[in-house]
Design a protein around this ligand. Structure first.
Ligand code: GLC
Ligand code: GLC
Length: 833
């Protein structure tokens, strides 16, 4: 069943009921200020770093679910309710939550009053704007009290949840009932010492009262749903001193029948110059220097959103921004589920994963991981066409955390941009992803100058070397760290964080990824080998294009040697092996009862072209190429209606020699879950061997829009990918978890845009080679790249290469390459069978 619908025109998902299986969320903000907002108005805000600069509180893992958010309580003649349903949970006559691109609109109506809240983070502002419109739909005049509510976090989110002996005596606020733009509340905890930032929560009207002390606002023993002040219908004008600071304004509003009133609330992050932290002394008011914060920068912020017209204009600007971004790749296929994923939601999710890596979602608390090296490089693949300049900056940041030997810090902190020592390095897939990310950027932009940018190793300026040198070291690191079969050493783990072949942990709570109990591990990864073949080829091509002829030839030879090693030592008979363990035993073999076949090397090896040499899908069984056999094995052993599981059969007991993968109950996460990230590798592989129908079939199985009809089973948002869907061996098969922040987003966009629809930038032109199969008969892709626009009309795409005719601006061309045209031009491409 569904809980809402797509409004394709508005590019919104419209949730029609509060009662979805889980909170369904949206992200506000693209730059520095971010908010998470659920359809019930839950969530929180932070400035740049979800751990170190958390503005508001959210209670993860709590009951009732989704505890903490920005709320508006209505007291309508004694009837107290919240238009976002939570936290009061009074029945609503109407409820609707629209999640759009960088904004959400939550509307609730009850007793002849409708309250609409538009939430967004404007471009170029460190603030969440909440525009509230109340409409009296009844036949009688109404006198209403409206109470806003946010709860401040004491900045450091981890400390905020653990260190109460200090925190409960820290909180400080200032209240400005009659400021230049209405009423404001300032949260200034720790400002007296080293912080030069505070938060402001304001409304563009003179409030009838305020509260800043949570206990006063809620009343003793009450939860958010029973808040005392809204019930009393009168603010207490409480001033927090220690304990729990909040921001709440009371507005008294009179509405004639049919009348509406609009207000703008702003939750802002404000930084003051170090030498102007404080307001000057004001003897008349009895204020000494260094006592009151400098409110100037806050007033400037509030002045930008002092009227509803200003808020509307800022929202319009945000919409325009997204219109521009999304115009770079659009498809019109006549199949709404495909079009809305490609044109809107997949690209939108790519922006969010690019911004936040894996830090802050409803499953990631924002206090753990920073930016992942492999994660961020892969996120680039789906983002690079949106804002290439930001992709460039990100590449340089990531590369600066690489270590001099070519290995990489597994994570780095966004605020400091430094490698994270706690997790360190040794994930041996990491270095290669950098080459892939850079190659994607170069193909999109042609900006080869980036390869000459000086970039330090481990952030040490003395070691700066051209970016290209970083790629060389990535390549060389992998090449020179191979094991007995000539396959790359796996280290702590490869892409699969839970395949920990050198760990051997028997102590509960020990981290699988950083514990090494046995020295001298020679465990090898067939997956990294496949990466090396695919990405090494990219490296060789880059070297050749830089005129490094000998290096290119040498790299190509290493790639060929690795290809041979995979076929000699990485092939099990019907599929590719996954690895060799510490003892040199194969992992992912038919010889074992569990974990016989793993998905990652099947997809990636075929993507790399390993074993596709004898490619002929019509050949008899025994003559099929290894690639086709591997993919057929995936079909028979891993595919389910909900996507392809990671490995099969899942482990039913703990294997100390395999590590974390065997810790999950069968069917969850890496132990036989549908780990959506790797599904597109198989989709791409199927497209490459010419089976577009199959590729598109797999695409639909995990695509959220195609799963909308089973939202009760899927449980997560039908507009964004989730990291994991429970696999066939789990009791809750089909149920998704960990939505939003996943490499699934970038890779599915690559799969659908570059391989199914078949439009992908290469160095010398745009490849047009659609392989979506017969399901989609005709479509048009409009792609803007390097300043030119290509309007590509495809009829009868089928699933195979060859027998395709490409006509570019009326002239037939050989092959699949449409050379890049001059910036500003529009090129018409027709593809027919
Ligand atoms: C998580 C990690 C990612 C890893 C994947 C598989 O999504 O963020 O880095 O590749 O799990 O273990
Ligand atoms: C766990 C998860 C894995 C994730 C890792 C990150 O191992 O199973 O998906 O990548 O944590 O630390």
């Amino acid at each position: 069943m569904r809980y809402g619908h797509f409004d394709d025109e508005a590019r919104e998902y419209v949730i029609e009921t509060p009662h979805t299986p889980r909170p369904w969320i949206n992200y506000l903000g693209n730059e520095r200020f971010f908010s998470l907002v659920s359809h019930l108005s839950g969530g929180y805000s932070f400035y740049r770093d979800a751990r170190l600069r958390r503005l508001t509180r959210y209670r993860y893992n709590n009951v009732p679910a989704d505890a903490g958010g920005r709320y508006f309580y209505v007291n309508d003649g004694g009837d107290v309710w919240t238009p976002s349903w939570l936290p009061v949970k009074a029945d609503l006559d109407r409820f609707e939550a629209r999640h759009g691109l960088g904004y959400s609109v939550i509307t609730g109506a009850r007793g002849g009053l409708s309250v609409e809240t538009v939430l967004f983070v404007p471009l170029g502002a460190d603030a969440e704007v909440q525009k509230v419109t109340l409409t009296n739909t009844s036949a009688v005049a109404k006198r209403i009290q409206l109470f806003s509510f946010v709860e401040f976090c004491l900045w450091e989110a981890q400390d905020d949840q653990t260190n109460y002996q200090r925190n409960l005596s820290l909180a400080e606020v200032e209240v400005e009932p009659d400021g230049p733009h209405g009423s404001a509340i300032y949260h200034r905890t720790e400002y007296r010492e080293r912080r030069d930032h505070y938060a402001v929560y304001a409304v563009n009207a003179r409030a009838a009262g305020f509260d800043t002390d949570r206990d006063t606002f809620l009343g003793p023993w009450n939860g958010l749903g029973e808040a005392a002040v809204p019930r009393a219908g009168a603010a207490a004008n409480s001033v927090a001193s220690g304990w729990y600071p909040i921001g709440s304004h009371q507005l008294d509003i009179t509405l004639a029948p049919g009348e509406s009133a609009g207000y703008v609330f702003v939750l802002g992050y404000v930084q003051t110059p170090p030498d102007a932290k404080w307001a000057p002394a004001d003897e008349a008011a009895g204020v000494r220097a260094g006592q009151l914060i400098n409110r100037g920068p806050a007033h400037e912020l509030l002045a930008r959103f002092a009227t509803t017209d200003q808020a509307d204009a800022a929202l319009a600007e945000l919409r325009e921004y997204w219109n521009g971004l999304l115009s770079r790749f659009c498809v019109a296929s006549g199949e709404p589920r495909l079009d809305r994923m490609v044109n809107v939601w997949n690209q939108y999710q790519n922006m969010v994963t690019f911004n936040l890596s894996r830090s802050a979602s409803y499953f990631e608390t924002g206090i753990g991981r920073g930016m992942g090296f492999r994660d961020s490089n892969q996120d680039l693949l789906g983002f690079v066409h949106l804002v290439p300049e930001r992709a460039r900056e990100r590449i340089l940041d990531i590369a600066a955390t690489q270590l001099a030997d070519g290995s990489a810090y597994h994570q780095y902190q966004p605020l400091t941009k430094r490698g994270n020592d706690a997790i360190g390095s040794g994930f041996n897939d990491d270095p290669l992803w950098l080459i892939l990310g850079v190659a994607a950027y170069l193909k999109e932009t042609g900006d080869t100058g980036v390869l000459d940018e000086p970039v330090p190793f481990d952030n040490d300026p003395a070691t700066a070397a051209p970016l290209f040198e970083h790629l060389t070291r990535s390549f060389e690191y992998t090449r020179t760290h191979c094991g007995p079969h000539g396959l790359p050493l796996i280290g702590r783990a490869d892409w699969n964080d839970c395949l920990n072949l050198n760990c051997f942990s028997t102590e509960p709570g020990e981290p699988f990824q950083t514990t090494e109990n046995k020295a001298g591990g020679v465990a090898e990864s067939v997956f990294i080998a496949a990466m090396f073949v695919l990405i090494g080829r990219e490296y060789a091509e880059l070297a050749a294009r830089r005129g490094l002829v000998a290096e290119a030839a040498d790299a190509q030879a290493a790639v060929e040697a690795m290809r041979a090693a995979v076929l000699d030592h990485g092939w099990d008979g019907e599929w590719f092996l996954r690895a060799y363990d510490f003892f040199g035993e194969p992992v992912g073999t038919a010889a074992h009862p569990e974990g016989r076949i793993w998905i990652e090397p099947q997809g990636f090896a075929v993507m790399a072209g390993i074993g596709v040499d004898t490619d002929d899908p019509a050949a008899p069984e025994h003559a099929k190429s290894p690639a086709v056999r591997a993919l057929d094995s995936v079909r028979s052993m891993l595919a389910t209606p909900h996507g392809m599981v990671l490995q099969y059969p899942a482990y039913t007991s703990y294997h100390v020699e395999l590590g974390e993968v065997s810790t999950y109950p069968p069917g969850y996460k890496e132990n036989g879950g549908i780990f959506c990230h790797n599904n597109p590798w198989v989709i791409i592989a199927e497209a490459l061997v010419g089976r577009g129908d199959r590729a598109f079939d797999y695409y639909r199985r995990i695509s959220p829009a195609y799963r909308e009809e089973i939202s009760d089973v899927h449980a997560q948002e039908p507009y964004v990918y989730a990291q994991m869907i429970a696999g066939k061996e789990a009791p809750r098969h089909g149920e998704a978890k960990n939505s939003w922040l996943t490499g699934t987003a970038a890779w599915n966009f690559v799969a659908v845009s570059q391989y199914l629809l078949g439009v992908r930038p290469e160095y010398d032109g745009l490849v047009v080679d659609p392989r979506i199969g017969d399901e989609i008969n005709t479509f048009t892709v409009t792609r803007t790249v390097r300043g030119a626009t290509y309007v590509i009309t495809v009829t009868a795409p089928a699933g195979v290469a060859g027998s395709r005719r490409l006509v570019v601006d009326g002239r037939p061309v050989e092959g699949h390459l449409v050379p890049y045209a001059a910036p500003g031009s529009t090129v018409r491409v027709e593809v027919t069978r």
